[in-house]
Design a protein around this ligand. Structure first.
Ligand code: FES
Length: 130
């Protein structure tokens, strides 16, 4: 039912945890199942220098979050905004149809974390502004 990649990321999720002094934090809930996802990012010179996630979600949510953090690490904020639910699922070798909604959490939380960073940056008027 699940690809080897999904099982690998589920069993050995990458980049789990919190970044206490994160530059951006995004939390989203999945209306379909009520699960929750938070993504933390550290940004340096417009790139995602570090990224971690925490989830109260199913196995597919864990695997998609893990893959999302791998895809986003080292990317510019613009590149990271282009990571979509579909590209995450594709990178995992596909997801069962009933589990496609689980990939929404990670991509949406990533985008929310980037928006949060931009908002905070605007307020600070930092030179990191994009
Ligand atoms: Fe809730 Fe997968 S069932 S995120």
């Amino acid at each position: 039912m699940y690809s080897d990649k999904v099982m690998d990321h589920f069993r050995n999720p990458r980049n789990t945890g919190e970044i206490p002094d994160a530059d951006g934090v995004g939390t989203v809930g999945n209306p379909t199942c009520g699960d929750l996802m938070t993504i933390y990012i550290k940004v340096k010179e417009n790139r995602i220098e570090d990224i971690k996630f925490k989830t109260f979600g199913c196995g597919a949510a864990i695997a998609t979050s893990s893959m999302t953090t791998e895809l986003a690490k080292g990317k510019t904020l613009e590149e990271a905004m282009n990571i979509t639910r579909a590209s995450v699922a594709e990178s995992l070798g596909g997801l069962p149809k009933v589990k496609m909604h689980c990939s929404n959490l990670a991509a949406d939380a990533l985008h929310a974390a980037i928006e949060d960073y931009k908002e905070k940056n605007k307020k600070r008027g930092s030179k990191n502004e994009i």
